[in-house]
Design a protein around this ligand. Structure first.
Ligand code: ZN
Length: 251
């Protein structure tokens, strides 16, 4: 892969969306254009193997200045194109196309969409929530990047399950160093792993991962790569974490 070429195109939503639609056709995924936000159509891709319970939710790009997330998710899917119809996935490849195109965290109205899952006034979030109705996932992964990170790290919310976090970090650590800080974003971190418990009453402002953990997923991972690090390895770190999480989910 030519990373110079990639660097120029990772913010090109039309290019990303065209690649996803081609891949979905090849992989026999169902394509849902579920909302138009700003001038962009939002897509969801569903594997024929997905049933109402026990599947995998994957999303990227809710923050537009985190391009290794959207690109990593696409590259993971491309690598597994021939078997995607057997993996029960529901994929939201880019939740904030305007942000991706403009390299901005927020949408065009300066809203951080990842702080809006408690609202019922944002059409694209309402439409996404409608698609999730009655679905339960064994794993949800929300892919992010962090400008302040000193390496890769992740949050894991789980219900009485053994932990995946350190194994995902080990897979990512082959490409990007693990964040060594003991406190990350005000939370205690153990070699990049932040275990979170949720009490929805304590979250007046709801992030995507919290919404999923409260309503839909047994295990929820928010993966973060350091956005100041080289793009190619950051993309590979996301690919590695998705791959490892899916392997561990079906052991
Ligand atoms: Zn983010």
């Amino acid at each position: 892969m030519n990373f110079e070429f990639q660097r120029h195109r990772v913010h090109d939503y039309q290019f990303l969306s065209k690649r996803w639609q081609n891949l979905a056709r090849k992989a026999r995924l169902k394509t849902l254009g579920y909302c138009t936000a700003e001038e962009f159509e939002l897509f969801c891709f569903i594997s024929p193997a997905l049933t109402n319970a026990g599947g995998i939710y994957l999303s990227a790009g809710i923050h537009g200045d985190e391009p290794a997330s959207t690109e990593g998710l696409f590259q993971w899917a491309e690598l597994h194109c021939s078997i995607l119809h057997e993996i029960p996935v529901m994929i939201f490849p880019c939740l904030n196309p305007w942000g991706l195109v403009h390299n901005r965290r927020t949408d065009s109205e300066n809203r951080d969409l990842n702080r809006c899952y408690h609202l019922d006034t944002i059409q694209r979030i309402n439409a996404q929530i409608e698609l999730l109705r009655d679905r339960k996932f064994r794993l949800a992964m929300c892919l992010h990047e962090d400008y302040d990170a000193q390496g890769v790290y992740l949050y894991e919310i789980r219900k009485k399950l053994t932990t995946f976090g350190p194994e995902l970090l080990a897979a990512a650590g082959y490409y990007v160093p693990i964040d060594p800080r003991q406190t990350i974003e005000g939370r205690r971190a153990d070699q990049g792993w932040i275990a979170r418990k949720i009490n929805i009453k304590k979250f007046p402002v709801v992030a995507e991962a919290i919404y999923l953990a409260s309503n839909h997923s047994e295990r929820t991972i928010t993966a973060e790569t350091p956005s100041e690090y080289d793009l190619g390895p950051r993309i590979q770190a996301h690919v590695a974490m998705i791959q490892r999480a899916i392997e561990l989910s079906f052991v």
